[in-house]
Design a protein around this ligand. Sequence first.
Ligand SMILES: [Zn+2]
Length: 163
Amino acid sequence: MSWSDDRVALLKRLWGEGKTAAEIAKQLGEGVTRNAVIGKAHRLKLSSRLSPIQQNVKTNKKVKSDNPAATPPRRVVSKEPIFKGKEIKMEDLRDKMCRWPHGDPQNDDFTFCGCDSMEGLPYCETHARLAYQVTSRARELNAKDFVADAGAPVDLEIKTAVS
Ligand SMILES: [Zn+2]
């Protein structure tokens, strides 16, 4: 039995289609054995073909490793939405209510947060955190003004912390 170009081409085609060596041997006929097919495939450097099982493993791995790339890490939105709290009017503001102001004091829709304030602070947890972040002097003065307007003593601790 000789490996004519036609037979080699057939071998390559069937091998490429994923046929087993036994099936290819049967197709080639002329007493070609499975081992002869495998040996020829090796010489033709066709032996790198993966078995279906190996292919599956490879596919699974690929899917796994591709996933992180397919879903890029979410960008953290640093800008928090403005927390308005309960939007309490000045006349309804009581002790232990957050005095974080919203809006323009000249306007009717000017409100205070009104959530439960933290111990020793004129603000609720959310706004206390904001107060500590305030770097703009104008904002700082505003906040102090509002505290004074609401009739509460200006908290020395806050002043120290903000300045
Ligand atoms: Zn608040």
